[in-house]
Design a protein around this ligand. Sequence first.
Ligand SMILES: [Zn+2]
Length: 295
Amino acid sequence: MRKRVYLVVAVVALALVAQSLFASLQAAQQQAFNGQRALADIEYQLALGPRTPGSAAHANTVEWMLRSLRAAGWGTEVQETEWLGQPVRNVIAKRGEGAPWLILGAHYDSRLSADFDPDSAAHIHPVPGANDGASGVAVLLELARVLPPDLPGQIWLVFFDAEDNGRIPGWDWIMGSRAFAQSLSEHPDAVIILDMIGDADLQVYYEANSDQNLRTEIWDTAAELGYADLLVPSVRHSMLDDHTPFIELGIPSVLLIDFDYPYWHTRQDTLDKVSAHSLQAIGDTILAWLLGRAD
Ligand SMILES: [Zn+2]
C-alpha cells in the first residue's frame, strides 16, 4: 500500500514538472518587446523627414508602415478620405475575428509648425516629431512584430493621419481619428491611444477623460512589471487627442501620454530626447496587458 502511495506521488510530481516545462516553453515562444528596435523605428521616421501632410516623407511613411505590418503578418488597409477639405490617409492593420475587438492607435503625422519653439524664426518649419508622432508609431510597429497571432478576438492597429495641426488655418486637431471614428459601423470594445510616450524622462500620468477601469488595469500592469515610476496612477492632464472621438461615441478609451515634455512643438523634438527604455516600458506594459486579457 505504501509503495502505491509513493508511485502516485511520483506520477503527480512528474506531471507537474512536465506542465511547468511546457509553460516555460510557451513563454519562451512568446516574443519579447524590443525597445531598441522601436527606437530604430523612430530614427527611421526622422531620417525620412517631418511627416507633414502632403510631403514625400508622409507618403514614404505610409508605404513603410504598410510594408512593416505585412511583413509581420497583418492584413492592411488604407482609409482614404478627407476632413475639412484636407486629404486624410489612415493606415489600418487587422488580425483575428469576433470579440473582444480592441483598437490600438497612434498618430503618424508631424505638425506643420514648430510654433512653441523659443526661436520665432523656427515657427514656419515643421517639428521633427521624435516623441510627438514617431514614438507611438514605433511602439505599435514593434507590437505588430511580437503580438502572438492567436489572441482571442480581433486587434486593429490604426495609424492616424492629421492629428497635429490644430490652431493652424485650414486645419484642426485629430482630423484622422475623427474621420475614422465617424466611419465605424460597429463599435470596438476598447480603444488605447499612444502619443508622446518616448520621452527619455518619462512619466505617464492618468489622463482625465480616459476610461477609469481600463486606466487602472493598464497602470496596475505597469506597476507589476516594475514601471510604477514611469506610469504614475494619478490624474494630471485633460487632453483632446485621438481618444476623444471614441469617447464621444461611448467607447471605453484610454490615452497614454506624457504631456510634460519641454520640446513639445519645437524643433528640439529630436532623437536624443527619446529613449529605448521608455519605449520598452510602454511596450512591455501594453503587451502584458493584452496577454493578461487573453488568459
Ligand atoms: Zn503634437
